[in-house]
Design a protein around this ligand. Structure first.
Ligand code: ZN
Length: 545
């Protein structure tokens, strides 16, 4: 009897427990196949190529209800919630990145999300990172044992000749005993444990961006998967806690980075302002806490809409500086922006200025950020004014900026309005709502009634029941006719608005109770899963009747 419990998600990757009878195994895991699936060796249909056409594959793949259930890109899904599924020959996909991603998308889309994924014969210390990142949870020792038989010493960075065992690279028990097979197995267990840890920290992407450098196919898989934005985006949480490290070229293509820009351009509603000032970013986040931004804000004195030009996000309006990942990213700063960065960011900026018009746009920038703004201005046909020649924080530059704004009217500071538009896709009248607290720990109320608070860990607004009254639609989870005792489990969900992602603030609505809380899985998984927490509930309100 096999049971799975998914605990944490990070994109397609998950951690959790595999319960086999009375024993519990944390996954991603490397298993002894004969112990966990004793009958697998005697079953047919486990050697069908991934490229086999539907007719051929369906003839030979026989599922008799025994675990694991064989799935194949061209065969209808035979698996049910809670099953363990196996994709035979997945190791062959690793050398064909385009097919790898196409097959993966096909398989993931037709298989229930609350299934455990087994890739037999595929995992090496050097491949298990990309396999977990692709949503595989179970592995075996077949591939490393084969390497041992070939006299190859396995490391996360790739294969080395067996004599590497004596070079001090590794000091595991296997190496100490001159036992290559034992070393290779331990190296796989060690790397799998490390990946589990990174998934728990929601930092698998950073590990994969680092690890994939050693193998061109792994880089290509990462890039092809990023290109599948429509498929991949729902799996990625809207916010994470901690810093998002954007240290590689691929960071530009991360779902979080692209989603920020998409929402900026499709949802965000700026305040009424005649003048925009383009500012450089700061290492400190949110920017307002930095020395340089305090000085910019003094010079501007509320007479312009402040827009921060930054890589990799593009453009961050002042009101969105706390939203994930604007308040949470770290990038290597050299002052040089490469051609791809410039193209992506000027594209975002020119689309923004085509959508939102200002009478004047003042560039208070230098270096790469200035170049990219000039490129954007040319693309969208606006004329920039300049308030500094170099060093935007210099006294002379700040004085010029101040003078450039003389006579301009104050722009209404409405952080709440901007954040609500970005997070909930709403345009809300915030008149009469006041904020208090010490930035960024802000609370928003009307009279004595608290409406929203800002979660500084994630940059998300948390509505109270009264706050939800202002949000007319969206981000609702509908439950059956019961009063929740605590968290809402997936089987209790009747419907969920499709835009909901893990980490989103949601309003739970049922016939007998309402609740506020945070989504623990995307809407699609709430519909398709039969296990797991769907919403972490903060507060429950019983309804009369
Ligand atoms: Zn070793």
């Amino acid at each position: 009897m096999i049971r799975i419990e998914i605990k944490r998600r990070d994109g397609l990757a998950r951690t959790g427990s595999l319960l086999i009878d009375d024993t519990s195994l944390p996954f991603p895991a490397v298993i002894e196949t004969e112990t966990v699936f004793p009958s697998l060796g005697a079953r047919g249909g486990s050697n069908i190529p991934l490229s086999a056409p539907a007719g051929f594959a369906a003839t030979y793949i026989k599922n008799n209800g025994e675990q694991p259930i064989i799935i194949h890109p061209s065969v209808d899904n035979p698996a049910d919630s809670g099953d363990c599924v196996i994709v035979p020959n997945w190791q062959t996909a690793l050398s064909n990145p385009r097919n790898y991603v196409n097959w993966l998308v096909t398989l993931k889309e037709k298989t229930p999300p609350d299934t455990l994924w087994y890739a037999p014969g595929s995992a090496l210390p050097s491949t298990v990172h990309i396999l977990c990142y692709s949503g595989f949870d179970l592995f075996d020792f077949l591939a490393v044992d084969l390497k041992s038989a070939q006299g190859i010493f396995c490391t996360p960075e790739g294969d080395l000749p067996a004599d590497a065992m004596n070079s001090g690279i590794c000091t595991c028990a296997g190496c100490q005993n001159q036992d290559l097979k034992s070393h290779n197995r331990q190296a796989l267990l060690h790397e799998t444990a490390l990946i589990r840890r990174f998934i728990e920290m929601s930092k698998l992407r950073e590990l994969v961006e680092a690890r994939c450098r050693m193998n061109a196919n792994h880089v290509a898989i990462l890039r092809h998967l990023d290109n599948q934005y429509i498929f991949f985006e729902p799996y990625v949480p809207v916010a994470r806690s901690g810093v998002m490290r954007a240290n590689s070229g691929e960071s530009m293509q991360r779902v979080e980075v692209r989603r920020f820009a998409e929402r900026l351009l499709s949802r965000y509603s700026p305040p009424k302002a005649g003048v925009a000032v383009l500012l450089p970013c700061s290492a400190r986040k949110p920017y307002s806490l930095s020395q340089s931004h305090r000085r910019f804000q003094q010079a501007i004195a509320g007479r312009a809409h402040e827009l921060i030009v930054t890589s990799p996000l593009g453009l961050v309006p002042r009101e969105l500086e706390c939203c994930f990942p604007a308040g949470h990213y770290d990038v290597p700063v050299t002052g040089y922006w490469d051609a791809e960065e410039r193209a992506v960011i000027s594209g975002i900026m020119s689309r923004y200025f085509a959508r939102h018009q200002y009478n004047r746009v003042i560039a208070h920038l230098e270096g790469g950020a200035l170049k990219v703004s000039e490129q954007a201005a040319t693309e969208c046909g606006i004329t920039l004014e300049y308030s500094c020649k170099e060093r935007p924080t210099s006294d002379a530059a700040l004085l010029t900026l101040n003078q450039a704004l003389s006579g301009e009217r104050r722009v209404k500071d409405d952080r709440l309005h901007g954040m609500l538009s970005w997070q909930f896709n709403v345009d809300i009248d915030t008149r009469g709502i006041t904020s208090r607290g010490h930035f960024p720990e802000l609370f928003f109320s009307k009279g004595m009634t608290q409406l929203f608070s800002l979660d500084t860990g994630t940059g998300m607004l948390r509505p109270t029941f009264d706050g939800w009254n202002l949000i007319p639609a969206g981000y609702r989870v509908y439950i059956d006719d019961f009063i929740p005792e605590g968290d809402i489990l997936a089987p209790g969900v009747v419907n969920a608005d499709p835009e909901i992602r893990e980490g989103d603030e949601v309003l739970v609505i049922g016939a007998r109770a309402m609740a506020v809380g945070r989504a623990a899985m995307p809407a699609g998984e709430m519909h398709k899963s039969r296990r797991g927490v769907a919403v972490r509930v903060r507060k429950i309100k019983r309804l009369n009747g």
